[in-house]
Design a protein around this ligand. Structure first.
Ligand SMILES: [Ca+2]
Ligand SMILES: [Ca+2]
Length: 250
């Protein structure tokens, strides 16, 4: 998401509107938030394994792709509360950054079978390729036994929505969701993925970033991008230019 000097008016305008949408979605009262993106291709350019985090290569990030199953030990230790969950490969796998079919193993959970992820360190970021979304999909973030934040599908839609709907999944929502703590007071070390209703909770390419303070990845990434206030100014300038052009053409 770097702004190149060759970037056209259309692209800058799209970027500016994107920034406004992000500003509108963030609630200053909360120290925990999320952003939805389309994600990126795999580390070697793979486009048939779902979408990956933009922070895949960031220092302090651990990534899990489920292609060799679900890790049950190590930095991120996965466990299941029932038998109706686990890794599989089929048409319901979360799609790639450009909506490509995902042929790889992914992780899924159905009602009554939660996926529990215990982390060895405190996290300030969790990224997940989420696909074929259903109403009952729920993300819960804990520090020890204390619930830090919980998001269900309705809240995600209300606060930003999906990257795209996939015709591979009966037009259900897909995207890459980045959950993050903005301060040390909302770090987490356990994540529970659950499905409350009849559908499945399909996920792939989890990314975990450890830290003892707020996640700063978005700030690092946006260093090459103009500040939001600058973008608003840019929009005003563009609007003025367009108005003048219209006038001249009339
Ligand atoms: Ca995978
Ligand atoms: Ca589903």
């Amino acid at each position: 998401m770097k702004v190149s000097q060759k970037m056209g008016l259309k692209a800058i305008s799209a970027l500016a509107f994107g920034a406004i949408a992000v500003l509108a979605a963030s609630n200053p009262a909360q120290a925990f938030s999320f952003k939805m993106t389309s994600g990126i291709a795999g580390p070697n350019g793979e486009t048939n394994q779902g979408a990956f985090s933009e922070f895949y290569g960031l220092d302090g990030t651990t990534n899990v792709d489920f292609n060799d199953g679900m890790p049950t030990e190590g930095f991120a230790s996965y466990s299941l509360t029932g038998s109706n969950a686990g890794t599989r490969a089929n048409r319901w796998a979360p799609t790639g950054a450009n909506g490509e079919k995902n042929d790889s193993n992914y992780l899924t959970a159905f009602k009554g079978s939660n996926v529990v992820i215990d982390l060895k360190e405190n996290l300030n970021y969790f990224g997940i390729n989420w696909g074929a979304a259903d109403d009952g999909n729920t993300f819960s973030f804990f520090k020890g036994d204390t619930l830090v934040q919980s998001y269900d599908t309705a809240r995600i839609i209300a606060e930003g929505g999906f990257s795209h709907n996939s015709d591979l999944h009966n037009n259900e929502g897909n995207g890459y969701v980045h959950f993050y703590s903005e301060s040390a007071s909302e770090l987490f070390d356990r994540i529970v993925i659950s499905e409350a209703n009849g559908g499945g909770f399909e996920t792939d390419n989890h990314s975990f970033h450890s830290g003892e303070g707020g996640f700063t990845g978005f700030e690092v990434e946006s260093q090459a991008v103009p500040e939001p206030t600058m973008m608003l100014g840019l929009l005003g300038i563009m609007g003025g230019t367009m108005a003048r052009r219209k006038k001249a053409a009339a």
